[in-house]
Design a protein around this ligand. Structure first.
Ligand SMILES: Nc1ncnc2c1ncn2[C@@H]1O[C@H](COP(=O)(O)OP(=O)(O)O)[C@@H](O)[C@H]1O
Ligand SMILES: [Mg+2]
Length: 384
């Protein structure tokens, strides 16, 4: 970091030299003393300092100079660097110039020529102190303002999260209530089969509520940073094989051909077993949920250098670029809708992403609209 600069402007070279000597003696350890012989040169120096981001706490300028006068120069400097403190060196009676500089350049002090060395030193020292105090204060306010903005945004997000969650819980709950009231008022007139059907719907709605509440709790846990996943060496082929068997029936009901290919019989990764299961459960369930009937869903595993890569490929509707941008956000129910009346919360992929982040894993999607979607997950290979 370069030293802050004290700039002296005077068109009398002798005076400039002695001013520089004096300031160097007093402030030379911590400050660079720069000089200019006229206003134009002074402004050029300041532009350079601004470009390099070097502090300019103090400018000392003579009033009576060839070309640009001191008060005019300080006015221009004020427009460039308002925080810099400006000191004017004046000859005899130049009250007029002083008045102008005070008004338009926010003049800090004027010192009469010939100056008293101690007077000048004290004035410059005080100016420097003020400059840095003001700078610190400005930075402090800026950081305070940022904190307030961040907190406000956080609260707004929490608020939005809560209102969506409440809304999503209200739907199945009012359904449950409606069905229960139906039985309550019509029990005597309802055939047993119809009652059973209504009860089935009650069970389904309460399952949906339960699923949503579990997801909400999980999101909350993730957000509050309480996730402490223990990582262990585990075989990912085993988990994916298990999930494939698990989803076989559901896929068959939609005539979906669920395939599984692994290049090796085992792939050992560093991960948390339950969490990994949950990640792939979400991805495979999505592939089955959003695929039309009579399509194919294919799960593949292979190794690429230090990662094991798993792909879940479907021949579903695919995702537009716009949808892909929102894919891993909260409550992002996008254009593709479940094809077999399944339930959708829009939290699954958000959780998938967060869970993989906390296992040093990675997930992304490659999709062509109308052709299908492939989700790719990478997990670190377990070291021998
Ligand atoms: N394989 C997929 N094919 C097409 N769209 C998908 C696929 N997976 C997810 N989506 C879209 O992304 C949205 C978010 O998915 P997700 O977070 O798992 O929530 P949910 O499945 O509960 O709706 C879904 O609503 C759907 O529109
Ligand atoms: Mg899902």
């Amino acid at each position: 970091m370069k030293k802050p600069v004290i700039l002296c402007v005077d068109d009398e070279p002798m005076l400039l030299v002695s001013l520089k000597q004096q300031l160097k003696h007093q402030f030379g350890n911590d400050y660079q003393i720069e000089t200019a012989e006229d206003g134009k040169e002074a402004l050029e120096i300041i532009e350079d300092l601004l470009e390099e981001g070097i502090d300019l706490p103090v400018v000392i300028s003579d009033q009576l100079m060839q070309g640009m006068k001191g008060d005019e120069l300080l006015t221009q400097i004020h427009a460039l660097v308002p925080k810099t403190l400006k000191i004017l060196l004046t000859g005899q009676a130049e009250a007029d110039a002083i008045g102008k500089a005070v008004n338009s350049a926010n003049l800090y002090r004027y010192i009469a020529k010939p100056w008293e060395p101690t007077d000048l030193n004290l004035t410059v020292m005080e100016a420097i102190r003020r400059y840095f105090q003001e700078k610190e204060l400005t930075q402090f306010y800026a950081s305070l303002e940022k904190k307030v903005t961040d907190r406000t945004q956080e609260l707004q997000q929490k608020n939005q999260f809560l209102s969506i969650a409440v809304h999503d819980l209200k739907n199945p709950l009012s359904a449950i209530r409606g069905y229960a009231e139906m039985i309550q008022s019509d029990l005597d007139d309802m055939p047993k089969a119809e009652i059973l059907e209504v009860v089935d719907r009650i069970v389904l709605s309460s399952r949906q509520m339960f699923e949503l509440i579990s997801s909400l709790l999980e999101v909350n846990e993730i957000e509050s940073g309480k996730m402490n996943l223990s990582l262990e060496v585990m075989d990912i082929v085993h988990i994916l094989q298990w999930l494939n068997d698990h989803y076989h029936e559901r896929a068959k009901a939609k005539h979906i051909d669920l395939q599984f290919h692994s290049q090796a019989e085992q792939y050992y990764v560093m991960a948390n077993e339950n969490t990994t299961r949950q990640v792939f459960d979400n991805l495979i369930s999505n592939a089955v949920k959003y695929s039309p009937y009579d399509k194919c869903v294919c799960v593949r595993i292979c190794q690429d250098k230090n990662v094991v890569r798993c792909e879940i490929q479907d021949e579903g509707p695919g995702l537009s670029d716009e949808d892909q941008e929102k894919l891993f956000g909260q409550f992002s129910r996008l254009t593709p809708k479940p094809t077999g009346g399944e339930h959708s919360t829009g939290l699954g992929l958000f959780i998938v992403k967060k869970l993989l982040d906390s296992m040093q894993g990675n997930v992304w999607c490659e999709s062509t609209l109308g052709k299908g979607t492939t989700f790719i997950v990478e997990l670190p290979v377990a070291k021998e």
